[in-house]
Each structure stands twice: as structure tokens, then as C-alpha cells.
Ligand binder design. Structure first.
Ligand code: ZN
Ligand code: ZN
Length: 641
């Protein structure tokens, strides 16, 4: 076999096994000792992914040239074994006589150091580059900057950047992105303002960064500055809105983007679906679903399937969520399973969630930590204590997942809700984390429910210490005191709130009627013209329910006021307002969907059950934590929430 023959055959070969055959042939005919033929073989091995094979061929080459090194280093950097590329680089330096051609490998080896978090090695390479004046090459210098950013060493990156004789737009963009990632948003902005020339990447990095750090207005400013926008620019702005709880703005922006003819990509669709899930607007969600189907987008690109399942579940349409889940049975990823499990969880369908998990196990789909968050939540909402304990156990023993503070939070929630307050406190005290405010709040609300004043008071004080700005802890504490008639202490809590300027989050409910959202707060409609009509309808409803034996549960308004005052305060909780509006404005027998920002109180809960029976309506309420499906006098949560 001649060298040229071997190379021609190599160029035609497509699989690793073909490659192996040629390799064997080349060894037999001693062609491997020919540098040219061998280097060809190495690069073909790299192309087909046979990295170990490439390495064994490489070791037989007598005088490898910088190009062979470059090919190998490049491939190993991107592989699961980037350390090999650092070795190869060191090997190259000892074997080659001069630095000619070494520069090609530098970006790769720097990237490998970054991936390995090998700070010292990275600095050594940087030193060599410095000595050889290769920093004049912006391609190499940018790689050094990026490596330091990968280490989180923004200061080092900045020094290299400042000393670069020739910066290009990539240098600026890398540093801006690095600053944003490190949370140095002001430094990023300074750089952005100083930039001689910006491109789309610069704008997108700024919008993205501002969005992540809750600076929506600044993100809007940059968005407005960009003359030209691509789908990434729009998506960055949409996700900034979603992340900072402006779902309505996110949806409007998505519509605007479509109007301008920008075709949304998977991240844009996932973002807007999450905005719709927040809003609970199922009609919008159905429209996006149809869009995805007509554009024939694959459900498994960028988690579109999971986002759809999640959206339907959070909009109260668990059947549709299940339908999507079933339709992607051929190609599900673990995210789809997770979305379905947590969807079932918020609907209180704990047993169904557990069944799904068993399917997962049967199909040998490895659950991850999110699967277990969903499962534990499902057990918690469904009151499935033994099952929950079991999940928590197999998660650690069978799947070797180390529970995070959120998992402990779930198990504490599960135990305390079910009345095992001592056990819950035991978990909280023994977990390897400092308890967070959520853990204490779980114990606090369970103590309220199970009327354990001592536990409740202690948990409330701990929670307040951890989150002095969270009004709900003060409210629960004052409720505990009120329940036991300790009005002096109630007053103390209130003055503490005043002193610390903690505002109560006002209860707020919304309902979608004929494509328009109507919002209600305690005692009134945001659109004032409806207030009177709604209140008088509510009076009718209350009188009718009283005939059926409805008695307002006055313990729910534990304020130190007269009984009559209590009753009128109660009757105007925002979900009742929204319900009355729904009764007026939807046709007889149509289901009513309400979204509430806080937890539903016990009185509103029994009120809804009665309305569902007396008025023969299906009422679905999404509160802060979960869904309640009221039908024929019962709620899907079985009064366990
Ligand atoms: Zn209420
Ligand atoms: Zn319920």
C-alpha cells in the first residue's frame, strides 16, 4: 500500500470499524511510521470520535507536527477528558524545536484549563503566551480572557483585556458577559457604554444580564437602544419579564415579536409558555400549542414538551397536560416526566403521581432531583405520609441523590401538614443545612392548622428572624395569638410590622371572562365600575347559602373587631368577589377558573364548596400552592391543603 492509496481510502471511510481495518492494514505495511499518512489517520479518528484510537496512532508517530497536536488537543478539549489536551500541549512544548504553529492550539488548551478549573496550569500557559508576544493576536488573547472568566477571576480577565493591544468586538463581549455572570452589572454597563462598536451579542448579553439580576427597566432601556434585533434579543427580553414576574408584559412582547415577523425559537416558546402558566390563561396556551403543531416543531427541542405540560397543569387543565404527555410517549425526556409529576402534585393527585413514578422506574428512566421534588410535593399535597417517607429514602439509597434543602423542606412540609409536628421538627434539627424560612413556615402553618400554639410561636419567631420583610410570617404569628385570645401580643406583632415597615401583601384574585382578565382585591374590583354589582351579587349568594346552612367561619379573620365587622370583612375576600363576577358573567353551568395570589382561607374554601353544589358549577381555584377543583359540594384537595 502506498501513502497516497492509504489517504484516498481514509478519505472514503465513514465508520470506526472501517477505520480500524485500514489502521490494521497500515500497521502491517508499516505505513504508520509515515508522518503524513499517520497524521491523516489521527485526524480521521478524531472526526469519527475514536479519540483513544487517535491517541494510540499518535504515539507511534515519530515527528508529529503542530497540526497533528492541534487536531488532537482540539478534540480532547471538547471531549469528556479535557485533561488529555493539557498533557498533549505540555508534550508538544517539549518536543517541538520552536513555537511555530503552537499558537493554533492555544485557544483549545486555554479552554481545557477553564473547563478543568486548572488555575495554575492556565496561568502557566498565559505566562508562556506573554513571553512569546502572542498576546498581540486577538484570537489568542480573547481565549486568555475567557479562561479567566471561566475561573470566575474577573480581575485577571480585566488585566489581560486592558493590556491587549488590539481588541475586537469579541473581547468586549466576552468581558461584558463575564461581568454579568459575576454579578458586576455596573462594570458591565460601563464597558458597554465605552464600546467603540457593538453587535447583537453585546445587546443580548446586557438584556440577559439585567434580566437575571432583576433590573427589568434597564433591560428595557438596552432593548430600546438596539436598532436591529434578532430572536435572541426578543427572547432575552421576554425571559427577563418572566423571571421578574411580569408575565403579562412577556406575553405582550411575544405577540409583538410575532407581528414583526420574527419566528420564535424553542427558548422563546418555553419562556412565553411559562408566562402563560403564571397568568393561567389557557386560551393563549392553546394557541401556542397549535402554533407549535402547525410549525411542526419537535416537542423535545429545548423542553417545549415539558413547558406545554407545565402550562396546562398550571392553568388547571390537567387532562390536557396528560394528553400532551401521552402524545410524546415515543420520545420523552426526564423533564417531561418531571413536569407531569409536579402537575399531578399541584392538583392533589398524589396517587397518580406515584403511579407515574413507577412507570418511570419500569421504563428504566433515571429520575433526578427534580423528579423527587415533584414526588415529595405530591405526597405532601395528598397526605401520603408513608409513601413520602419511602420516596425520600429511595432517593438517597437507590438513586444516590443527596437531598438539597428543598427536599428537606418538602419532607418537613409533608410531616407537619399531616400533624407529625415532632417528626418534622426532628428532620429540621438534624438536616445538614441551616433551616431556611420555607422550612419554618411549613411548620408554622401546620401548627396553625393543628392548633399547636407552642410550636407555632417558636416557628414564627424563627421565620421572622430569617425573613424580616416577609409579611406572611407576622400575619400567621398574630393569628396564633388571636386564636388564643392574646390580644396584647397581637398588638405587639402589629406594631413590630409598622416599625419595620412590613406591608401585608394584599389578597388578589383574577378571572378570565371572554378573553379579558378581571382583577379583584379585598372588597373591590380593580375596574371600579364592577364593584357595586359584584358586592350586591355576593350578598344574594351569601343569603342563599345561609339557607343551606352556611355559617361564615369567623376564626379566619382574627382581627380584634366586632362580630359584624368580621363578617363583612370576610365576605369580601378577593376570590369571593371574582366568583360573584364569574356567576354574573358566564353562562349557566360553565366552569369558573380563578387565580389567587395567596392561600385560600378556610371560610372561602367551604363557601366555594357550597356554591359549587347550590349553583351547580365546577369551580377551579389556583392558589399560591395548588389547585382546588370544587364540584358538587366537594373539593379535590379533600380539605387537606
Ligand atoms: Zn377567604
Ligand atoms: Zn380545596
Amino acid at each position: 500500500m502506498l501513502v497516497t492509496q492509504a489517504v484516498t481510502i481514509l478519505e472514503k471511510c465513514k465508520t470506526i470499524s472501517e477505520l480500524r481495518q485500514i489502521h490494521a492494514q497500515m500497521i502491517k505495511t508499516n505505513l504508520v511510521s509515515n508522518t503524513f499518512a499517520a497524521s491523516k489517520l489521527v485526524s480521521f479518528c478524531c472526526l469519527t470520535g475514536g479519540l483513544d484510537h487517535a491517541l494510540s496512532v499518535f504515539h507511534r508517530i515519530q515527528n508529529p507536527n503542530p497540526f497533528i497536536y492541534f487536531t488532537l488537543i482540539n478534540c480532547f478539549t471538547e471531549s469528556s477528558n479535557p485533561l488529555e489536551s493539557v498533557y498533549l500541549y505540555a508534550h508538544m512544548l517539549t518536543c517541538l524545536e520552536d513555537w511555530k504553529g503552537v499558537e493554533f492550539s492555544l485557544p483549545s488548551v486555554l479552554k481545557a484549563c477553564g473547563r478543568l478549573e486548572a488555575f495554575e496550569e492556565g496561568q502557566q500557559v498565559h505566562g508562556q503566551i506573554f513571553k512569546t508576544r502572542l498576546l498581540f493576536d486577538p484570537f489568542v488573547a480573547n481565549s486568555v480572557v475567557r479562561m479567566y472568566l471561566e475561573f470566575g477571576q474577573v480581575g485577571f480577565a480585566r488585566r489581560v483585556f486592558d493590556e491587549m493591544p488590539a481588541r475586537d468586538v469579541i473581547s468586549w463581549n466576552s468581558l461584558i458577559t463575564g461581568y454579568m455572570r459575576a454579578g458586576e452589572i455596573e462594570l458591565a454597563r460601563e464597558l458597554f457604554d465605552e464600546m467603540p462598536e457593538r453587535d447583537l451579542v453585546s445587546y443580548n448579553a446586557m438584556i440577559d444580564g439585567y434580566g437575571k439580576f432583576g433590573k427589568c427597566e434597564l433591560a428595557e432601556e438596552i432593548f430600546g437602544m438596539a436598532d436591529h434585533k434578532d430572536v435572541k434579543t426578543w427572547t432575552s427580553m421576554i425571559s427577563a419579564y418572566v423571571r421578574n414576574h411580569y408575565p403579562k408584559k412577556a406575553l405582550d412582547m411575544f405577540r409583538e415579536m410575532l407581528c414583526l415577523g420574527v419566528r420564535p425559537d424553542a427558548p422563546a416558546l418555553v419562556s412565553v409558555l411559562s408566562a402563560i402558566a403564571d397568568l393561567g390563561f389557557v386560551e393563549e396556551g392553546k394557541w401556542i400549542h397549535a402554533y407549535i403543531s402547525t410549525k411542526k416543531l419537535e416537542m423535545n427541542t429545548g423542553f417545549i414538551g415539558s413547558a406545554l405540560i407545565d402550562m396546562y397543569a398550571k392553568c388547571g387543565h390537567i387532562e390536557n397536560a396528560y394528553h400532551v404527555f401521552r402524545s410524546i410517549s415515543h420520545n420523552r425526556n426526564v423533564g417531561d416526566w418531571n413536569s407531569m409529576i409536579s402537575g399531578l402534585a399541584i392538583h392533589g393527585l398524589g396517587t397518580e403521581a406515584l403511579e407515574l413514578f413507577h412507570d418511570m422506574e419500569r421504563l428504566k428512566i433515571e429520575p433526578d432531583e427534580i423528579s423527587f421534588l415533584g414526588l415529595l410535593g405530591a405526597c405532601s399535597h395528598g397526605g401520603l405520609v408513608d409513601e413520602g417517607r419511602h420516596c425520600f429514602k429511595i432517593m438517597q439509597e437507590k438513586y444516590k441523590i443527596v437531598p438539597k434543602v428543598q427536599h428537606y423542606g418538602c419532607i418537613i412540609d409533608l410531616l407537619s401538614r399531616a400533624g407529625y409536628l415532632e417528626d418534622a421538627l426532628g428532620v429540621l434539627r438534624n438536616m445538614p443545612f441551616e433551616p431556611d424560612v420555607l422550612a419554618w413556615k411549613a411548620i408554622l402553618s401546620a401548627s396553625m392548622k393543628h392548633e399547636n400554639v407552642v410550636f407555632g410561636e417558636n416557628a414564627a419567631l424563627q421565620a421572622i428572624e430569617l425573613a424580616p420583610d416577609d409579611s406572611s410570617c407576622y400575619v400567621l404569628l398574630s393569628n396564633i395569638y388571636a386564636k388564643t385570645g392574646r390580644w396584647d401580643d397581637v398588638a405587639k406583632v402589629r406594631s413590630m410590622m409598622k416599625q419595620r415597615r412590613v406591608g401585608k401583601i394584599p389578597g388578589c384574585s383574577s378571572i378570565l371572562v371572554k378573553g379579558k382578565v378581571h382583577v379583584f382585591v379585598v372588597g373591590k374590583a380593580i375596574d371600579e365600575k364592577f364593584t357595586h354589582e359584584v358586592l350586591s351579587k355576593l350578598d344574594d349568594v351569601v343569603s342563599r347559602l345561609k339557607l343551606e346552612g352556611y355559617q361564615p367561619d369567623l376564626t379566619q379573620v382574627l382581627l380584634d373587631v366586632e362580630v359584624e365587622g368580621k363578617e363583612s370583612l370576610l365576605s369580601v375576600h378577593s376570590e369571593k368577589m371574582a366568583l360573584a363576577f364569574g356567576l354574573i358573567n358566564t353562562s349557566h353551568g360553565a366552569p369558573i377558573h380563578i387565580v389567587k395570589n395567596l392561600r385560600v382561607c378556610r371560610d372561602c374554601h367551604s363557601f366555594m364548596k357550597l356554591v359549587a353544589r347550590v349553583y351547580n358549577r365546577r369551580i377551579v381555584i389556583r392558589d399560591q400552592n395548588r389547585f382546588h377543583h370544587f364540584e358538587n359540594g366537594f373539593c379535590s384537595c379533600k380539605d387537606y391543603w
